[in-house]
Design a protein around this ligand. Structure first.
Ligand code: NAD
Length: 524
């Protein structure tokens, strides 16, 4: 049993889920330590935020170099603590972070530059405007265990490049990776990026500290609690939540490609991926062939050791939740086509292997169709045609991302336009997490706000409009007194701008000039 404070554990246990072996214990922070970290961040934030963005990017580059120097320890720790194949730790976590860092090093100085807005209209109204982008100050980041390195770094990267100091609360399920993140951030000045380890109570203390902005990546349930707690301080939040992503296989799909991509998209990180495929709608005419290809490819996946294709699940609660959903689906009449509780490597001493599983014959009352599974379970659903697939992808559940599989690029684009999701990919799935220049995020239950790209960086700055009176020697038409000439001038301005015919517009101009002159002479 972990030693606990009133509300959370004092120690976090790092465990290898492939074997069930505990690895080490890591102390959790106290609430007082969270407040100290936020106070230290608040102290250093003005200086960090006032650095020239290029100078800041130069300092942040050291973090990327540190990742390169510590690659083996990062990858080994992720792989050991998550049960994740090394190839996935390298590609979906470290490579993604390196790409994101490189993108921000190159583009953040440009994207943070002040912008002149309004153009000629601003000058015509005598008030040209500029938008400045200022960092919030202190950003609190709270992140999950499924990509514990990649997502912790993704949550803090745009905040740091934008000039905020950050306090990160990584997941209590993967505290060893939390320690690695701490050491990777060491080149930064003290207080600029602090890691506080702990469970939900420590995350709650961070939200309540309060911070100036929160970046949360996790489940919709926790997202709701954080939104409510942040609302008490009016703290804005970026919410990156879960998904029950749909793939649509059209009648003209390249079925070999679709089966390969969907087997990967459903089982990457043992399905513990926010953008994992959790339901595939296949047009009836190709459903038999598609299912046969999926089962063939699935049968060739390796599972059971450090370098298998499909890793273990990461912790017991997740294992139990996946097992419960499969049991519930089969109990309600789903047909088990592959995998299930009796397949896969045997679990001894607390290891958490679960075989990639395929079911069909599903119905809406099954847990696996209503809630995120977050495990290696792929329901195949036959539909009459693409129209039904689109309707069900939009109505049956919620998508963070979705994919369309077709050999007709026009059809692909037309279907993508109609699918409700934050991200839709044609003939691939979920890969846009790596397109670090494009916005990433969901709608509805999948969250709000964006990471990645210019929009992701701009989540961590607030725009300040600076207006300049370009004709300060002249009083303003809307100042006191509100006399008849002032009213006439406004009436004729509206006429000159919005009368339907050009002749009518022009007829207002001389009266506008006359009444404006009269009005301005009388201003106080
Ligand atoms: P979770 O919501 O259980 O926990 C996430 C984090 O929130 C953890 O660090 C946890 O300690 C903290 N937390 C828990 N209660 C809290 C509270 N009351 N106040 C503040 N912090 C609190 O999620 P999880 O199980 O770690 O992660 C899985 C979920 O994350 C899935 O739903 C998955 O889809 C989602 N996810 C989303 C994305 C995305 O980019 N949209 C990426 C990865 C994972």
């Amino acid at each position: 049993m972990p030693q606990t404070t009133a509300r959370g554990p004092r120690k976090l246990r790092s465990t290898n889920p492939r074997t069930g072996e505990p690895f080490r214990d890591i102390p959790a922070a106290t609430k007082a330590e969270v407040l100290d970290a936020v106070a230290a961040a608040r102290k250093v934030a003005p200086e960090w935020g006032s650095l020239d963005p290029r100078g800041r990017a130069h300092i942040l580059k050291e973090v990327r170099h540190n990742i390169y120097s510590h690659l083996d320890v990062i990858v080994d720790t992720i792989s050991m603590e998550c049960g994740k194949p090394r190839a996935e730790a390298l590609s979906a976590e470290v490579l993604q972070v390196v790409l994101s860092w490189l993108y921000l090093e190159r583009t953040a100085p440009k994207h943070l530059r002040s912008e002149r807005l309004g153009g000629a209209l601003g000058f015509a109204l005598g008030l040209p405007t500029t938008a400045q982008y200022r960092p919030y100050g202190v950003v609190g980041a709270i992140t999950p265990w499924n990509y514990p390195f990649g997502l912790a770094m993704a949550a803090i990267a745009p905040a740091l490049f934008a000039g905020n100091a950050v306090v990160l609360k990584p997941s209590e399920v993967t505290p060893g990776v939390g320690e690695v993140v701490k050491s990777i951030l060491e080149p930064l000045p003290p207080g600029v990026a602090t890691v506080v380890q702990g469970a939900g109570n420590i995350g709650a203390a961070l939200v309540d500290a309060p911070c100036d902005k929160i970046c949360f990546i996790g489940s919709p349930e926790t997202g709701r609690k954080i939104a409510a707690a942040a609302a008490a301080h009016l703290t804005p939040v970026v919410m990156e939540l879960g998904g029950k992503d749909a793939a649509i296989v059209c009648g003209d799909a390249d079925l070999d490609l679709a089966a390969s991509g969907i087997v990967w998209g459903a089982n990457v990180n043992a399905g513990q991926t926010c953008a994992a495929i959790e339901r595939v709608y296949v047009v009836d005419s190709v459903a038999d062939e598609f299912s046969a290809l999926v089962l063939d490819k699935l049968g060739r996946l390796r599972q059971g050791d450090d370098d298998s294709d499909v890793g273990s699940l990461t912790f017991k609660k997740q294992f139990d939740s996946v097992a419960r959903q499969v049991k519930d689906a089969v109990g309600k009449g789903a047909r088990l086509l592959a995998g299930g509780p009796d397949a896969g490597p045997p679990n001894q001493n607390g290891s958490l292997w679960y075989a990639p599983t395929v079911i069909d014959g599903v119905s809406d009352d099954m847990q696996a169709m209503k809630h995120e599974t977050f495990g290696p379970l792929l329901p195949i659903i036959r539909v009459q045609d693409e129209e039904e697939a689109i309707r069900r992808a939009n109505e049956d559940s919620f998508n963070l991302t979705a994919s369309v599989w077709t050999t007709n690029s026009r059809r692909g684009a037309a279907i993508a336009d109609r699918v409700k999701a934050g991200i839709v990919v044609i003939n691939a799935h979920g890969e846009t997490w790596g397109t670090v220049w494009a916005p990433w995020g969901g709608i509805g239950e999948s969250g709000y706000g964006r990471l990645n790209g210019r929009l992701g960086l701009h989540e961590f700055v607030y725009p300040v409009t600076i207006g300049r009176n370009a004709i300060p020697r002249m009083k303003r038409l809307w100042w006191y007194p509100y006399d008849e000439a002032t009213e006439d001038a406004f009436r004729h301005s509206i006429g000159a701008l919005s009368a339907p015919a050009i002749g009518d517009k022009l007829r207002h101009v001389p009266d506008l000039v006359k009444s404006a002159r009269r009005a301005l002479r009388a201003k106080l």
